[in-house]
Design a protein around this ligand. Structure first.
Ligand SMILES: *Cc1c(COP(=O)(O)O)cnc(C)c1O
Length: 217
């Protein structure tokens, strides 16, 4: 695999379904990957990256950002309220807005600092106990709450259950976004990003297919 191959596949699938490739942002998910692999992808010119832990991102991205201009960093993992301040310094986009307490915390910091990262609301489309995200039935209400707080909600994000056909989850997320007039759809990973693009994804989050397998050892 590798960056260029994945970029080609993203472009091809967008064209196949009659969408503009420019409307699909490829987020290279660099969590757990050795710095040398991340640097290689930066050297190839890619600038949009995703991390799922604030602490890990804080350990490696400030140095990369000094060396490479135009990096855009996306938080794709859970955000604890005590890490919000650190997160808004580091990340341009947060994909995991999933509860009122976090929304209120972001709104407070936005009032204080005058800025806020772009936001996606995570929806637990499979209603899995172990997963974060608002349930589909609560999504409209939560979007409204975030809008009332003035938060810059750009779209929705989901992580489908591993053992199910992801397409129905992508379709459900797209439908919730449509009825709430939200343009952004963060969905699709290494194994299913093409299906996500066919369902309307504006942001695909691809890790191992670009960088190789993650070594958690
Ligand atoms: C790790 C991760 C990804 C990337 O997964 P791959 O299967 O390596 O592409 C995408 N989204 C989220 C939320 C992740 O945590």
């Amino acid at each position: 695999m590798g960056l260029q191959q994945i970029k080609d596949r993203v472009e091809k699938e967008a064209q196949r379904v009659g969408r503009s490739p420019a409307d699909v942002t490829l987020i290279a998910v660099s969590k757990v990957q050795p710095n040398a692999r991340v640097e290689a992808v930066l050297q190839e010119g890619h600038r949009v990256f995703g991390e799922n832990r604030v602490q890990e991102a804080a350990g490696k991205w400030p140095a990369f950002k000094e060396r490479f201009d135009g990096v855009e960093l996306h938080l794709i993992g859970p955000l604890q309220t005590n890490k919000v301040r650190q997160a808004i310094d580091l990340f341009d986009v947060i994909h995991t807005l999933d509860r009122p307490k976090l929304a209120q915390s972001l709104a407070r910091l936005m009032a204080e600092t005058g800025s806020c990262p772009r936001l996606f609301i995570q929806v637990n489309t499979g209603e899995e106990d172990q997963k974060a995200g608002v349930h589909p039935a609560e999504a409209d209400g939560f979007v409204a709450l975030c809008r009332d707080l003035g938060l810059p909600v750009e779209g929705l994000m989901c992580i489908p259950p591993v053992d199910e056909d992801p397409s129905k989850h992508f379709a459900l997320l797209a439908e919730i976004a449509r009825r709430n007039d939200l343009k952004g759809l963060s969905m699709g990973m290494s194994g299913d990003f093409e299906a996500a693009i066919a369902a309307g994804a504006t942001h695909v989050r691809v890790g191992s297919a670009i960088f190789g397998d993650r070594d958690y050892a």
